[in-house]
Design a protein around this ligand. Structure first.
Ligand code: FCB
Length: 441
């Protein structure tokens, strides 16, 4: 079918609904020699951490090919481009602005605006400067204040030319994968590390919001959270599943929306609790102009028989190349449940997409599986919107194939195929279908 479609009555087809594509700095930029090192450089250089032994030194060479990439984005007919700023590219070790690094993003934003593409800027998509990690990274409360300083510099330089700023991308991943399970940079482990870094990340969000409000009060400001909805294996696993949801999802959502950690915090060892200073939760729960929701999959859980939960591997169900279950219903259920549970600002689906085993043949990638994934998830978003959830936009992850963190370059999420030997970009059929949907409005 090679097509994406929505019913003509769908609110997603309104002219003001934002369709976009997303990337992040470390995953596409390359040109590592013109910035400071980040924790991901160090992590990639540690044997065994990245499945194909690769790194972000070259990636998609976006710093070199950014003008072509902007043309590519324009050719897809999208309304918006979500990208992130590399902290180690724009702030020097002494805390002053790296003018040359910043100029790259100023030029990028100007070029997007010239083409009527709304810039959605993420301020932190995981590439913490390595020198800050050496002072404890997100385990050090001071890092949150360094972040505020960085946001201050960026938001002064870019100001209200940016359509929307997100402080953080997926603090769950930075804290849990980075400091608790150790699958991501900087590869630290332990519950205490995970919980403490999460609090400092949330604090950084609050301090970042404060800087954004000061410097560009008319630009949208918010945060991007990832949600992996939790489902019980059986009725008997409901309680355990609720704990999992509080530990992985609500741990970030509730502080941001309500200034409180979920009840599960009382079940963890008191030694692992973060130090919460007076005023922290007020900073963390400042009003948002939007909430970014990243969604890929759901997970099932069962009780471990000891008052905690166990995660189950998907079995006998459709999965993507990441091994993630394809279950679009969880997206509508998630959006509706968030809407029922919280007083939400407008929502942007800031990431949704799938890694598939793409094959390029005669300059074409017939990724029908990815088109199917997008279609079923767009239907899920449409359904939630019909049920009254205020959804303002949808971003495909990703504009192009890129460095997929611990999976290196083996997993391809792009709607554009990247040949890493030649750096040539080829729009996949999913990209063509996305364009067709967007431009048919
Ligand atoms: C998200 C990340 C993004 C990308 C996708 C597949 O967790 O935000 O950078 O890697 O997963």
């Amino acid at each position: 079918m090679n097509k994406l479609s929505l019913p003509s009555s769908s609110k997603l087809l309104n002219q003001d609904f934002v369709f976009g594509v997303a990337t992040s700095s470390f995953q596409i930029e390359g040109a590592a020699d013109s910035r400071l090192e980040s924790i991901w450089d160090t992590f990639c250089a540690t044997p065994g951490k990245i499945s194909d032994g690769s790194n972000g030194l070259v990636a998609c060479e976006h710093i070199k090919f950014w003008q072509e990439d902007v043309e590519l984005i324009e050719s897809l007919g999208v309304d918006a481009y979500r990208f992130s700023i590399s902290w180690p590219r724009v702030v020097k070790k002494d805390g002053t602005l790296n003018e040359k690094g910043m100029q790259f993003y100023i030029d990028l934003v100007d070029e997007l605006l010239k083409r009527n593409i709304k810039p959605f800027v993420t301020l932190y998509h995981w590439d913490l400067p390595q020198h800050l990690e050496e002072q404890g990274g997100w385990l050090n409360r001071e890092t949150a204040f360094h972040f505020e300083h960085y946001v201050n510099l960026v938001s002064k330089a870019l100001g209200d030319r940016v359509y929307a700023y997100a402080t953080l991308n997926e603090p769950f991943c930075s804290a849990y994968l980075g400091y608790e399970s150790g699958e991501h940079a900087p590869g630290k482990t332990g519950q205490g590390n995970g919980r403490k870094s999460a609090h400092h990340l949330l604090l950084a969000h609050g301090l970042g919001m404060r800087a954004l409000r000061r410097n560009c009060p008319d630009t949208l400001a918010g945060i991007v959270l990832n949600f992996t909805p939790c489902y019980p294996e059986t009725q008997a696993d409901m309680e355990a599943t609720k704990l999992a949801d509080e530990y992985v999802n609500q741990w970030y959502m509730r502080p941001v929306m309500e200034g409180l950690y979920p009840d599960v915090i009382d079940l963890i060892d008191p030694q692992n609790r973060p130090d919460i200073f007076p005023g922290d939760m007020d900073l963390i729960s400042q009003r948002l102009d939007f909430l970014g929701v990243n969604f890929y999959t759901r997970l099932k859980y069962r009780s471990d028989g000891k008052g905690w939960y166990e995660e189950l591997q998907p079995k006998g169900v459709p999965i993507t190349d990441m091994g993630w279950e394809i279950y679009p219903k969880a997206l509508s259920e998630l959006l509706i449940s968030l809407h029922q549970r919280y007083t939400l600002p407008p929502i942007y689906i800031t990431e949704n997409g799938a890694a598939m085993q793409d094959e390029i043949k005669q300059d074409k990638v017939n990724d029908q599986d990815r088109i199917d994934y997008f279609q079923s998830h767009l239907n899920a978003v449409d359904y939630a919107s019909e049920q009254g959830v205020d959804i303002a936009g949808y971003f495909a992850w990703s504009l192009m194939d890129n460095f997929e963190w611990a999976e290196g370059y083996e997993k391809r999420f792009g709607i554009v195929y990247v040949d890493y030997l030649t750096q040539s970009r080829t729009i996949k059929n999913s990209g063509l279908a996305y364009k067709q949907l967007i431009t048919s409005r």
